[in-house]
Every structure is written in structure tokens, then in C-alpha cells.
Design a protein around this ligand. Structure first.
Ligand SMILES: *Cc1c(COP(=O)(O)O)cnc(C)c1O
Length: 324
């Protein structure tokens, strides 16, 4: 196994992305605080470039390419945000990008990837293996494959969001992080271990796909079928080798939430904070709302991981929300 990333790698990533990625704001809502009884700090990566934290890892990884890798180009597979992140980072660094995306990826994500100059190749997410397709394209065309989470430079880049949050807000009692393949949570764990070792770390998965929770319980990487959930950024089938290695050392708690709880959190963001958050970006707040009793009186961080959702889908999901 390649060497695990460290907090020094997060620091190096922070220097690389400085001036390229936004230092996103931390928002609060008095109404959310009243409802939960906690002081909740939202790190708004929905306001990051291309609309999600994934720009951090992608830019960090591509900025480290050799001249030869830059000339040949990058290939990435993704259900959406990693694709856009790689396409945008590649454009900024003048690297050709080929992106493997599922046929049923949200239209806004496909359009944005193309708009950033990415060459899109599609596959069927329920029958085809995107990793194999990505590897084949890499081999045929001499491209460098940058996976969405299982890569040291991606993990280190994702850790810069939590680093900024701790720098801006000081220590927290708990930090809630959306969890798919574990790149964001792994990077966050590296930053938390260095800057806030007493902070309770909570990864949040959709109920339909609780593979990470099972993996940490069983101490092996559990594979599942592609989960059917509205949280399309967390429709991963398994943790990566690197992310699992970082997480089994960090021992985060893992919570799950239902699609209905995700939609309710989306309504809270829209109504109280006036921000558009995609379903996967709502995982953290949904878990905070579920666990409000035990969080009473605590300072709680939430990474709001992304905001890329088609406006029509956003509207129809909100129309189905119970209450804010
Ligand atoms: C990719 C993504 C996640 C999950 O990140 P991992 O590093 O795969 O755990 C969460 N939220 C959004 C918006 C994403 O795009």
C-alpha cells in the first residue's frame, strides 16, 4: 500500500490551492441553534469553486503532475462533482481532461463538466465498472488516472476545508462530515488530529448505503451494491484502501440518515440559511438534527460539502419536505 497521507500533506495542499480555491465562509443560523440546542457552524463548501469541496483535492493532485503527465492529460471517473473538479482544475492548469460519468448523472453536473472543457465518456452505473473503464482509458491513451477519493493527494486536499474551519473557529466538540468513499472524512481526520484532537468526528452516510459503518465495525472494507439514495455524491460501493487505512486509525463515529431526513435538512438550509445545498451536502445537518439531544450545549461543526443540484430537482425535493 502507498504511504498514508499526513497532516504535513494537508499543509502542503493548503499552500498549493491558496489563491486558486476559495476560503469558504462559515455560516450560522440562530434558528438552527435554537432548534438543536447546539451552536452549529456550517463550513460552506457549496460556495466553493465548481460548487463542492472536491475542487480542493483535484487541484492539489493535478498541481503535482510532472510536465509529461500534464502533456498527456488526466482521466477521472465520477458521479459528478469530482468530474467537474478535475475538469476545472485541469483547465486552470492547462491539462487535457477525459471524464467517465454515469449515464444518469444529474444533467447540471454533466453540462458543467463539459463547460469546463472536459471530454465526457458515459457508462451505466448499475452494470458497468467505472474503475475498469477509467483504467483502460488511462492505459490506452497514457493518461494519469485520478480517482475520486482513494489517492493521497486527494485526501490531503480535502483536509484543507476542516483545517480552515478549525483555524477560523477554534476547537469544536464535534464535526459532522458527509461520507461516501471517505476522502473528505479522511482528510478531515488528519486536520482534526493535528488541530483539534479532542473533537468527536462523525461521518454521515445515507441509510441505503452504510458500508463505511460496517467496514469500521468489521475491520475490513465491506462492498455493497450501488445504494439507491438521493445523495448521489455518496452512492459509493466501498471505502478505498487508503481512506479505510486512515479511518481505521482515526476511529470516527459513523451515523446514517434517511432520504426524508436529507430533504428536511435541505429545507432548513434553504429557509433559514438561504443557501442551496445538494442532497449529499445535507448529510451532516440531517445527522445533527437526529442527534440533537446528545449535542445540546456543544459547539458543532458541519461540513456542507456541495451545492450542485438541478434547480427543478431542488424545487421538487423541497416541495416534498415535511417542514423546516
Ligand atoms: C464526493 C462528495 C461527498 C463524499 O466525499 P467522499 O470523499 O467520497 O467521502 C460528499 N458530498 C459531496 C457534495 C460530494 O461531492
Amino acid at each position: 500500500m502507498p504511504e498514508l497521507p499526513s497532516y504535513d500533506d494537508v499543509l502542503a495542499a493548503a499552500a498549493r490551492i491558496e489563491g486558486r480555491a476559495h476560503r469558504t465562509p462559515v455560516l450560522r443560523s440562530r434558528l438552527v441553534d435554537e432548534q438543536t440546542g447546539a451552536r452549529v457552524l456550517f463550513k460552506c463548501e457549496n460556495l466553493q469553486r465548481m460548487g463542492a469541496f472536491k475542487f480542493r483535492g483535484a487541484y492539489n493532485a493535478l498541481a503535482r503532475f510532472t510536465a509529461e503527465q500534464r502533456r498527456a492529460g488526466v482521466v477521472a471517473y465520477s458521479s459528478g462533482n469530482h468530474a467537474q473538479a478535475v475538469a476545472l482544475a485541469a483547465r486552470l492548469l492547462d491539462i487535457p481532461a477525459t471524464i467517465v460519468m454515469p449515464l444518469d448523472a444529474p444533467a447540471a453536473k454533466v453540462a458543467a463538466t463539459k463547460a469546463y472543457g472536459g471530454d465526457v465518456v458515459t457508462y451505466d452505473r448499475y452494470t458497468e465498472d467505472r474503475e475498469a473503464l477509467g483504467r483502460a482509458l488511462a492505459a490506452e491513451r497514457g493518461l494519469t488516472l485520478i480517482p475520486p477519493y482513494d489517492h493521497a493527494d486527494i485526501i490531503a486536499g480535502q483536509g484543507t476545508a476542516a483545517r480552515e474551519l478549525f483555524e477560523d473557529e477554534g476547537p469544536l466538540d464535534a464535526l459532522f462530515v458527509p461520507l461516501g468513499g471517505g476522502g473528505l472524512l479522511s482528510g478531515t481526520a488528519l486536520a482534526a488530529a493535528a488541530l483539534a484532537p479532542d473533537c468527536r468526528l462523525v461521518g454521515v452516510e445515507p441509510e441505503a448505503g452504510d458500508d463505511a459503518r460496517r467496514s469500521l465495525r468489521e475491520d475490513r472494507i465491506v462492498h455493497i451494491d450501488t445504494p439507491r439514495t438521493i445523495a448521489d455524491g455518496a452512492q459509493t460501493q466501498h471505502l478505498g484502501e487508503l481512506t479505510f487505512a486512515v479511518l481505521r486509525r482515526a476511529r470516527p463515529d459513523v451515523e446514517t440518515v434517511s432520504d426524508a431526513e436529507i430533504v428536511d435538512a435541505m429545507a432548513v438550509f434553504a429557509t433559514y440559511l438561504k443557501i442551496v445545498v445538494e442532497p449529499t451536502g445535507c448529510l451532516g445537518l440531517a445527522a445533527v438534527r437526529r442527534l440533537r439531544e446528545e449535542l445540546r450545549g456543544q459547539r458543532v461543526g458541519v461540513i456542507v460539502s456541495g451545492g450542485n443540484v438541478d434547480p427543478a430537482r431542488f424545487a421538487s425535493l423541497l416541495a416534498g419536505a415535511d417542514r423546516a
